[in-house]
Design a binder for this molecule. Structure first.
Ligand code: FE2
Length: 319
């Protein structure tokens, strides 16, 4: 197995001469160490089946979900893919929303440990996945900013991010990702496995308690912009069919890039759950959850008036 760091970047490595579908325990131990050090790993030419994606994902921990099509087409029972899903659908609204920097599942009580994508069908142009290193971002902050944010936290909700980024207000339904809860997470995270500090921000974050709304928005925006302002902290992955990529959701931001949405783009997604010891914000039944609910409701009311000019014009999806 060969682990090659990515030139001119502070993070990431390409791993070759290994078959993820037939991995020894020693090989996995080396991959896991590299994953923690580099933050993300690319494995070209793996062509993993759904089952192989799931087996490899489970090496990292319990799955939130395994081998789901992250696609603009439905997967049919026989394994083929159906018609291209229209832009007015909730699926495409969410996909387009995820073209803004984020980290996965911060809008659940327990946020994600890592995410894995495997390329099945990719468009000729666009549709890349970009990653950004919040460890290097934190390390590069000036001391005054570090001191300012040390004890700050933000609420996380994908109802907030869909509204704020693309003017999308999906119906609030318990049990879906649009559940009406918002979870408070610190802006500075100490990584549970490496002990390294990183920023923990992204599109789902809003409403820093103790700050005015405008001040909170400005701070959260500026921290994301700071992380991605240095090209050595940002990596663009141009997918080749057969690639598998895994990244640490606790320390990296990611986003999808636009493409011609009438062309097929199918990636197989597997998401590993975080360890509740480090990734649990609170349960909806905890008394402090009420503050998040109220902060989200107030924020959405504001955004209803402010987002008519955004992509989906302050509407909800139908169809
Ligand atoms: Fe994502």
């Amino acid at each position: 197995m060969n682990i090659q760091r990515i030139a001119d970047k502070v993070f990431g490595a390409i791993v070759t001469d290994v078959r993820l579908a037939a991995l020894s325990d020693d090989e996995f131990a080396a991959i896991h160490r590299a994953f923690l050090d580099y933050g993300f790993l690319v494995f070209p030419g793996q062509y993993l089946s759904d089952e192989e994606n799931i087996v490899f994902g489970k090496r990292f921990g319990e799955l939130e979900f395994g081998a789901l099509p992250m696609a603009n087409q439905e997967k049919i029972r026989d394994g083929s893919y159906g018609e291209i899903i229209p832009m007015k659908s909730q699926r495409m609204r969410t996909n387009v929303g995820n073209e803004a920097w984020h980290t996965d599942s911060t809008y659940w009580p327990v946020s994600s440990k890592c995410a894995m994508l495997s390329a099945v069908t990719v468009p000729d142009e666009g549709g890349e996945t970009e990653l950004a290193d919040m460890r290097a971002g934190y390390a590069a902050l000036d001391q005054a900013t570090r001191d300012r944010i040390e004890h700050l936290a933000a609420y996380h909700s994908t109802q907030f991010s869909q509204a704020n980024d693309v003017g999308d207000f999906p119906p609030q339904v318990e049990g879906t990702i649009y559940h009406g809860e918002a979870y408070l997470r610190p802006l500075v995270k100490t990584h549970p496995e490496t002990g390294v500090k990183n920023l923990f921000v992204g599109r789902h974050a809003f409403g820093v308690p103790g700050l005015e709304r405008s001040e909170s928005r400005e701070l959260l925006k500026s921290l994301v912009e700071f992380v991605v302002s240095d090209p050595s902290r940002v990596y663009t992955h141009r997918w080749q069919e057969g690639d598998t990529m895994i990244w640490d959701n606790r320390a990296l931001l990611h986003r999808a890039r636009p493409y011609d949405y009438s062309k097929a783009r199918v990636l197989t997604g597997t998401r590993v759950a975080g360890d509740p010891a480090s990734e649990l914000a609170c349960h909806p039944t905890d008394p402090e959850a009420e503050a998040g609910r109220q902060a989200l409701a107030a924020e959405l009311e504001q955004l209803r008036c402010e987002t008519e000019d955004r992509m989906f014009g302050g509407t909800s999806a139908r169809g």
